[in-house]
Design a protein around this ligand. Sequence first.
Ligand code: GDP
Ligand code: ZN
Length: 301
Amino acid sequence: MELVEGTVIRAHGGHYYVQTDDGLVADCALRGRLKRTRARSDLVATGDRVRWRPTQPGCGVIEEVLPRKSALSRASGLEGTREEVIVANLDQVVVVFAVHKPPFDPFMLDRYLVACEAAGLPAVIVINKVDLLSSEDEREAMELYRRIGYRLLYTSALTGEGVEALRIALRGKVSALTGPSGVGKSCLLNALWPQLNLEVGEISAFHQRGKHTTVVAQLLAPEPGTYVADTPGLRQFHLWNVDPRRLASLFPEMAPYRGQCRFSPCTHRHEPDCAVRRAVEEGEIAETRYESYCRLYEAGS
Ligand code: GDP
Ligand code: ZN
C-alpha cells in the first residue's frame, strides 16, 4: 500500500489519530524503528505531519514523521532535559477577548500578546461580543492594537457579525485559540462549525483542569486543512516570566526606539533621557501599553 500523508490530531497511549487531507481519521501505531530516533523530544506530537501506511480500514502505521516547522513546547523530565511538545507546526495564536462580560482588560491582553511574541508566534486578536458595544468610543482601546500592527477582528457569536472573517483567518492554518474564560470561545467555534457541538464553557473548562494533567493539545479539524488547538492555556505554556531585559523587544511599538536612550542598557523606567518614556509622553506609545511593560518588568525582575 502507498504511504498517505496526514496530520496528527491527537495522541493517546500509543495511538496516534491522523487526519488525512480528505478529512478521514485513522488510528495509527508507530513503526518500531521510528521509536528510537529522537531521545530528547517527543517522537510524534499533535500537529506533526506524518506519512502512514494503511493496514486495515481505519487503521495504519506511521512510517515517517516530516520535519517540524515549529513546536510550542515546554521542558520536562529530569532538570528539564526533555522537550514536551504541546503542539507542533502552530501557525498562529488567536487571542479572544470580549467587549464586555468579562470587561475588556488591556493589561491581560498584553500578557497574552507578550507570551505570543516570546514564542515567536503571530497573534490575531478577536474582540467578541461586539453586539454589546455601547458606543464607538469604546472601540478606541481596541483599535490601538491595529495601529501597533496586530491583526484585529470584531465578532459576535450571537449575531454572526465577523464570524466569516474569523473563518477566513483560521482556514488552512494550525491555530491555537486562547483567551480568558467566558469571552465566548466555545460559542465562536460553534458559530463557525455547528457540527463541533461544543458545550458552552467547554474550551475554558479544558483550560482550568489541574496543573498536573497533561497540557498536550488535541486538534479540532473542522475543515480539511484547518486545525484549531483546543488548549487555550497559554498560561500553561510557561512563557509568563519573560526575562525583563528582553521585554521591550516583545512590544513591537518600542522597536523604533531601540538604542535611542541615553543609557544602555536602559530599563525605560527611571533613567533620564529615555526615548521610550519620551515616546509615551508624546503619545507615540500608548500609556496602557507602557504600564503593561512596567507591570511585566516588575513581575519578572
Ligand atoms: P468560553 O469560556 O470562552 O468558551 O465562553 P463561552 O463560549 O462558554 O461563552 C460564555 C458566555 O458568553 C455564554 O453565556 C455565551 O452565551 C456568551 N456569549 C458568547 N458569545 C457571545 C456574543 O457574541 N455576544 C454575547 N452577547 N454573548 C456571548
Ligand atoms: Zn529607555
